[in-house]
Design a binder for this molecule. Sequence first.
Ligand code: COA
Length: 331
Amino acid sequence: MSGIGVRIAGTGSAVPEQRLTNHDLASMVDTNDEWIVQRTGIHERRIINQEAGESQLTLATSALERALADASMQGSDLDLIINATVSSDMTCPSTAHRIANELGAAPVAAFDMQAACCGFVYAMNLADSLIRSGRHKAVGVIGCDAMSTLVDYEDRSMSILFGDAGGAAVLTADDNPTLGCIHQVIEGDGNGWESLYIPRKQRDVVPGAVGEHIKLGCLRMDGRSVYKFAVNKFINVIQDAFESTGLTVDDVSQVICHQSNIRMINSAKEKLGLPDDKVYINIDKYGNSSAGSVGLCFDQLRKEGRINTGDTIIMVAFGGGMTWSSGVWQL
Ligand code: COA
């Protein structure tokens, strides 16, 4: 370990005002509140208002702006911005550069990162490594997705799950080397990528895909395969975080889980003996916001005073790729 530590100087988050409830969806596709709540734990999700100019850019910018304010810092104090997302407004330039421009951060290194729902956890781990290497001193990390721009609202299997949100953190170099990420996993396996993907062209569509709902530019998912893969992977990744660090449940204040499905989170809680008050749940209000999910939980927990300086926390996620990731943080 280098002599450099990493401090989380501030966090922020942003969710759109507009709500999309299960009842709203039931008037759009053949579904109902009871089915959605029972299978996913979701009651409503937030959706950007594109006509009013909201986008992944505006959500991500607000989240980072709030994290900077929380850290009593300005955009110009950052030397790197990582914007983890699958829903960038444009592929060129990176949205990270436009966020930097909005926040007056220049010159600055900036890039978008795609790791689907693992985005925030991947980006936090990467930022920690870059700061410890001495390369960067102040990094703005954003996990943010406007999934409503990628969902086919005629497809009931997809439209019920996803929402829009962003979470951000500002990480700074610290003299105390024990602060920051003390264990991290960034992994994936491309075998199985086709269970969660966004085809742009007809040729991207996986042969044999069920044809009725194929809309190019919209997310496609084999929900059962993803569930089967993720339910065990989730448990293994959390277990590994405990075993690799020698920590027990008593040593950590929160295990922040990607909000994909309440049944998966409950299964992990049950298998690993995690108490309710250490596993935050907000999927009921926001659905699965992909890269936004863990950062949103992290910020809400800090703002509620449930995570404080001195705490040890675990962040864990899985997503398209397939990807999985964890980070154990000493705050
Ligand atoms: N409303 C009502 N019925 C629905 C429905 C909906 N929105 N979507 C599917 N159904 C029906 C199916 O047609 C099926 O009917 P059948 O039994 O007559 O064939 C039945 O409900 C069960 O469908 P199934 O797909 O097996 O449901 P499930 O229990 O696997 O739940 C998911 C579906 C998507 C909630 C679940 O598979 C899941 O959460 N997967 C993981 C998704 C995920 O986390 N993705 C993001 C990764 S980061």
